[in-house]
Design a protein around this ligand. Structure first.
Ligand code: GLN
Ligand code: ZN
Length: 741
């Protein structure tokens, strides 16, 4: 038999309804009951939108995060977030955000750590374990959802995070092994599965995406042990793997007692063929044939070429699904009216992806029925040919230094910022009016220039050495460039959840990337003629533009990165021509593009670094290239960072301890280091003494000649009354040190 199902649906709402409900609730403007009932309505709507499926995922909806939901389900929210007599909803939100309106009498607590969900841009809340961890099942809400779905006539398939992925996503706060908790966790899973079985549930989905990563012997054994443990239960278990291929884990998976296996087919049909050939017919095969990580329509003809024969040879049940939860794509394409038709025709968002499943099922059942026209992305310009000389600056970094210093004449411990200044309501309003056509080019530019003038004046008053224009024209560091480069489209309603109520709008990179006209030059040039201090030009790098967009699939990623790099290379050349001799190319997403498997890291890093160099190596040796990478997490990729061959790299170092700083200092990186000396995420103003202490710590580990002083990251989310004194204190502290050196 052939069935279609879904692994998970976007939760935030087509119009971000959940976001607004949550934020109203957190503000105290919406009661907990009203929040719950809006969530219920939204869930019902989402079920409606999945009504064509044979099996409905239930329990994938979340008020904040599905990993936090698992922690709540198993009674493993951090103790500090909980208090007797307090509504469980408060425990939940206190775990996520440190506070909750229903528990205003409690002091704020430290929220759980947030980190990236595998190789996606979704952030989850990290479960915590320690020797005192005791699980306790709170399955009421899940059970109610299952009952409700059944009342509404759906065949409900509860979605659970698998026990091993749950443990692997967490961290132990006392150095005990997370696997030490497997036994007691399995007791809860067993009870839960029994409860679900008693409700009449036939299938349960157990998400184990860690099966697409490399697993050592201990974890493989834990898998065997855990699934053996769950084997005594009468409910059928669909083990879902996604975000990659099975690789070496195939034989492990074949040894597990499961009734169904889901495979992510967006990386090719090999794993599907393997499973079809090697798994017993009693195991249902769920094939993730519609890409859940991208927005392109499925090429049904190409898919059927391998799927049709596979399907016909099988005696087992086959299920078709998206490759992974649809959480990672926008909700509904019909809302995307601002996209050019020729782009929209190539796309499928969550709702459309389910339509594709229906269509693919029809094609398989009635092979002669008409098939969808093959879609193809438009590639008109071949990538210009270039040779490796374009990846090289003329001199090595150590020799470039003197040439740059001769031009810039900077003091020791130069001070600067990371680029953006506060995005005030006035600036947002100006951009909005311009977009709506309420003001003309001229008024917009004048407004921006006034703000840039103000930014320059403030920076001069603070006494900074290297200034920036402040980025007021940018809504977002990726979106702004996507709007101005050919080959990208920005869809203003295409939201994807990033964490909690926060969403991002990844641009859609649909065809060849080109620079039609310089993007940043006029702003940088305007800023430069206001001051004698050097202005640092500010760009988003090729790897970040790639990793934070939905990327066309008819070209390999390295080739697309190369196209972006060539466009940026032209922009950087134009900045240099306009008299900008310091240029920062931000790459906070370098690490995020890393493949899940270690074995693929070096390939990725090689082309990623090459694209950065292609963008930046065209400048004179006397021009200084900076990069900014936010979190300083690259113990293992120091060589790649060095290979980017920048002159200065700035990092978030303000919260690092001495040990971590030492690690950074010992990386095999020759560039100067712009060290964050205060945390911009906190709203408080750092004192001169705080910053002096921070600098003294830097001086222990790094040669003074290598250090730049800056805040941790951009200041766009801060407000002027904090930014002004913070920067002034940063400069004062730096001057105090300069006198002692
Ligand atoms: N230049 C950007 C800014 O200051 C950098 C932001 C980032 O790397 N996250 O906002
Ligand atoms: Zn940053």
């Amino acid at each position: 038999m052939l069935y279609i199902h879904n692994l998970g649906f976007p939760r935030i709402g087509a119009q971000r309804e959940l976001k607004f409900a949550l934020e109203d609730y957190w503000q105290g403007d919406l009661s907990a009951e009203a929040l719950q009932s809006r969530a219920l309505e939204l869930r019902d709507t989402h079920w409606q939108q999945q009504r064509d499926l044979d099996w409905l995922p239930v329990g994938d909806f979340s008020l904040y995060d599905h990993v936090l939901d698992a922690s709540a389900l198993f009674g493993n929210l951090p103790i500090r977030a909980c208090a007797p007599g307090v509504n469980p909803l408060s425990h939940y939100f206190r775990s996520a955000r440190g506070r909750d309106p229903l528990a205003n009498h409690l002091p704020d607590c430290k929220p759980a750590k947030m980190t990236k969900w595998f190789n996606t841009n979704y952030h989850y809340l990290v479960p915590e374990f320690d020797a005192n961890t005791q699980f306790e099942l709170h399955s009421q809400s899940l059970i109610q959802q299952v009952q409700r779905a059944r009342q509404q006539g759906y065949l409900a398939k509860p979605v659970l995070l698998g026990p091993l992925t749950y443990l692997a996503s967490g961290r132990s706060t006392d150095n005990t092994s997370v696997l030490a908790h497997l036994d007691s966790l399995l007791v809860q899973y067993s009870t839960l599965l029994q409860q679900l079985h008693r409700l009449g549930v036939e299938w349960v989905q157990l998400d184990e995406p860690i099966l697409c990563t490399e697993l050592d012997g201990e974890w493989q054994m834990a898998f065997r042990y855990a699934y053996q443990h769950l084997n005594n239960l009468p409910i059928k278990r669909l083990l879902t793997t996604y975000f990659g291929t099975l690789g070496d884990n195939r034989s492990l998976i074949a040894s597990l007692p499961i009734q169904g296996l889901h495979i992510d087919c967006s990386h090719g049909p090999d794993d599907a063929h393997w499973a079809a050939d090697c798994l017993p017919d009693t195991v249902t095969l769920s094939l993730g044939v519609v890409d859940g990580r991208n927005v392109w329509r499925c090429d049904v003809n190409a898919l059927l070429q391998w799927l049709q024969p596979l399907y016909q040879q099988q005696n087992r049940d086959i299920w078709l699904a998206p490759s992974c939860s649809l959480l990672h794509v926008p909700h509904d394409l019909t809302l995307a009216q601002d996209l050019p038709d020729e782009v929209r025709q190539q796309l499928a968002f969550a709702v459309q992806k389910l339509d594709e499943l229906v269509h693919i099922k029809q094609c398989l059942l009635a092979p002669d029925a008409t098939q969808a026209a093959t879609t193809s992305t438009t590639a008109t310009h071949p990538t210009p040919r270039w040779d490796d000389a374009l990846l090289q600056r003329s001199k090595p970094v150590n020799q470039r230094r003197a040439l740059q210093q001769a031009r810039l004449n900077l003091p020791v411990l130069p001070t600067t910022t990371i680029g953006s200044f506060p995005q005030t309501p006035e600036i947002r309003a100006l951009r909005h009016q311009f977009r709506q056509g309420a003001i003309d080019d001229h008024a917009y530019e004048r407004g921006m220039q006034d703000y840039i003038t103000e930014c320059i004046r403030q920076q001069e008053q603070c006494g900074l050495d290297v200034l920036v224009h402040g980025e007021p024209e940018r809504t977002d560091m990726v979106e702004y460039f996507a709007e101005h480069l050919d080959g990208f489209a920005v869809c203003r309603s295409a939201w994807v959840q990033s964490y909690g109520s926060r969403c991002v709008r990844p641009p859609i990179l649909h065809s060849d990337v080109q620079l039609p006209a310089p993007i940043t030059v006029k702003w940088a040039h305007f800023a430069q003629q206001l001051t004698d201090k050097p202005i640092k030009g500010m760009l988003t790098g090729p790897i970040t533009l790639l990793n934070w967009s939905f990327v066309r699939q008819d070209r390999p990623r390295w080739q697309v990165a190369e196209q972006i790099a060539l466009a940026l290379r032209a922009e950087i050349g134009a900045l240099e021509q306009a008299g900008i001799h310091i240029i920062q190319v931000d790459e906070p997403a370098l690490r995020e593009g890393m493949p899940l498997r270690q074995s693929a890291h070096s390939d990725y890093l090689a082309w990623a670094v090459a694209s950065f160099r292609l963008a930046t190596s065209g400048v004179a040796d006397s021009t200084q290239i900076h990069t900014h990478m936010c979190y300083a997490r690259f113990e293992d990729i120091g060589d790649a960072i060095d290979a980017m061959d920048v002159d200065v790299i700035s990092l978030e170092t303000a919260r690092l301890d001495a040990q971590q700083l030492k690690q950074i200092a010992n990386l095999p990186v020759r560039a100067q280091m712009g060290c964050g000396v205060y945390d911009i995420h906190a709203p408080s103003v750092p004192s001169v003494a705080d910053i002096e202490r921070r600098i003294s710590l830097l001086l222990v580990h790094l040669d003074a000649q290598r250090i730049w002083v800056n805040p941790d990251c951009g200041l766009k989310t801060r407000q002027w009354p904090q930014v002004r004194p913070a920067l002034a204190n940063m400069v004062t502290a730096t001057h105090a040190w300069r006198r002692q050196l």
